[in-house]
Design a protein. Structure first.
Length: 339
């Protein structure tokens, strides 16, 4: 893998615009929902006190702003798209944590673990509805087109989440099925992030299509890396338990790869994943099987392949050079990350 050793400047530069837009949007919610959303977004603690911002890197909304700049528009033109995209993304995170039973995210208790499942469902629903309200306020055809883009992407994301959930009870999930699921669950929103910026920046259809394709391949690469981190990531860095995806019997890409390998190891792994809760010894043995199958290397090669396709999509769309270079830098960063 080619790591990105430092945080891309675009992530730091765009944070202020995104933060202001998000805070204005969340401020429309009922006070009880504002409290939960502000906690999840890393602005406040459980008691509502302001804290030093501890949210995510805001990769998706940054892509939206960069995409607008790449088609020749100011970043400000795409702020509603960036905000709406980030609201949908966070709605999905709140619900994902509940569905997966995850009690910690970014080294803090998850919303459902702290406030209860009911509050988590309501907060997630509120963020999703708020996203469409933000886009519907954009005047003209671009706002309508952006709304259609986000609606389609949200449905694709939910499809991917459903596929991911269904994989947990199967032992015959193929690598291609996992990649296709990743294109829905993760690729759809990242693809949408880029398309929204181009749409709100009044880019050409060719530019919108190219940026949408770039985002889709970045999303698949992102998920392949996420699948590696879900098993081999350092808890102190990822904020999640070691081998968490194995504990949950998730059929992520490395698991699907190892299950498809010929020989007794694949059969043993299938048995381990069908025996209920994995013991520490079982997790250790599953990790040995994954290592023997070179499943980690397979995932990283998959990520590199889709990274190359993403970068290739930028080359023939007539994009503004500076922002296009930052899109390349950001793709390298998310594929080389360890968080």
């Amino acid at each position: 893998m080619t790591p990105a050793p430092t945080l891309p400047g675009a992530l730091t530069r765009s944070r202020g615009l995104i933060q202001v837009g998000l805070q204005e949007a969340v401020g429309r919610l009922a006070p009880s929902l504002q409290r939960v959303a502000a906690y999840h977004l890393g602005w406040r603690d459980r008691d509502g006190n302001e804290v030093e911002h501890s949210g995510g890197k805001a990769v998706r909304p940054t892509l939206t702003l960069l995409a607008a700049e790449a088609v020749g528009a100011p970043a400000t033109a795409a702020v509603p798209g960036a905000v709406a995209l980030e609201l949908v993304h966070n709605f999905s995170l709140i619900h994902d944590d509940l569905m997966d039973g995850d009690r910690e995210r970014r080294h803090r208790p998850t919303v459902w673990a702290l406030f209860g499942s009911g509050e988590a469902i309501l907060a997630g629903d509120a963020l999703a509805a708020l996203a469409y309200a933000v886009l519907l306020e954009v005047e003209g055809e671009s706002g309508q087109r952006a709304g259609r883009e986000l609606t389609h992407a949200t449905l694709e994301m939910i499809r991917g989440q459903s596929e991911d959930l269904s994989f947990e009870s199967r032992l015959d999930v193929t690598e291609q099925e996992v990649v296709d699921m990743s294109a829905h669950k993760t690729g759809a929103l990242i693809s949408c992030a880029c398309a929204l910026g181009a749409i709100l920046g009044n880019g050409t259809d060719e530019q919108i299509d190219a940026l949408r394709a770039y985002g889709r391949h970045v999303g698949i690469a992102f998920q392949a890396v996420d699948d590696v981190l879900g098993i081999w990531g350092e808890p102190d860095v990822t904020g999640k338990p070691a081998a968490g995806d194995l504990r949950q019997h998730k059929k992520t890409l490395p698991v699907a790869h190892a299950l498809a390998a010929p020989g007794p190891d694949a059969r043993e792994l299938a048995e381990l994943l069908s025996d209920g809760e994995l013991s520490p010894e079982g997790i250790g043995r599953a990790l040995e099987i994954l290592d023997a199958a070179a499943s980690r290397a397979f995932c990283l090669e998959t990520a590199e392949h889709h990274l190359a396709l993403a970068l290739g999509a930028l080359d023939s769309a007539g994009l503004v050079a500076g922002p296009a270079d930052e899109l390349r830098e950001l793709a390298l960063f998310v594929v080389g990350r360890d968080f």
